[in-house]
Design a protein around this ligand. Sequence first.
Ligand code: AMP
Length: 287
Amino acid sequence: MKIIRSIREMESYSRRARRKKQKIGFVPTMGAFHEGHLSLMRAAKKESDIVIVSVFVNQLQFSPNEDFDKYPRGIKRDTKLAEEAGVSILFAPGADEMYPENFSTIVEVEARCARGLCAGRRVGHFKGVTTVLAKLFNICRPNTVYLGQKDAQQAVIVKKMVRDLNVPVTIRVMRIVREKDGLAMSSRNAYLPPEERIQAAALYGALKEARKIIDAGENRAVRVKSNIEQILKKEEKFKIEYIEIVNGETLESVERVESNTLIAIAVFVGETRLIDNISVSATNGKP
Ligand code: AMP
């Protein structure tokens, strides 16, 4: 595996690969790898000739009161894990090169999908994401980009950007990888002290309960929401940010669970903000 830090070198590498008709799979990340990241790399490896993984903690997507400074970083460990996953190139550009002093262009999706859920609380977050991804797509020139369903809203917004701007890439969204107790893997889980880490499993517990009552025939969003709320409220360290039941494609709120419905939640567990989601479909009581 090769580590590339310069944008120029990355550009010429991908240009050469494309000329040779090699298929490039790309996994954008902020590092601090866990099995979620590695699952994307393995999927890319299966379907591509070359796998590029970027590691860039993108300041543009953090607001001033967020955890940019303390975000976990560890390029040595990441290098080892990426190499074991069969990655060809680890692209780790410097912030000065990505955002030089005269940088002044923002890519922002203005659709409904970029308004609710996390966008309502993390102002400016998604335009930071789409701007850095637009740059990374141009630099790495992937055929296919691998994203995690863990960040469901991000995946919907990136797909919209790609469609609207005719970016010549295919977006693949891969399933959420979870810890044994169901907690969705996240670099931010490392912030949780032991007691909060134990409580954090209740996020997925609440989502699973929601699926259970939907499978038993409940399709009213308010009922499903209040069921989730009751479960989350039992955890002393939880502060609920949102519980949303939305269409999985448009992210618009729905009153009833339909065929492609997403239940998304964001909760502060102590100081740590965690998100999770599941896709559900109405069964109308039929198994
Ligand atoms: P991040 O480093 O947090 O920006 O994440 C990089 C990519 O990994 C994003 O596409 C995430 O959605 C994805 N990802 C993060 N956690 C998980 C997980 N638990 N399962 C699957 N994909 C994940």
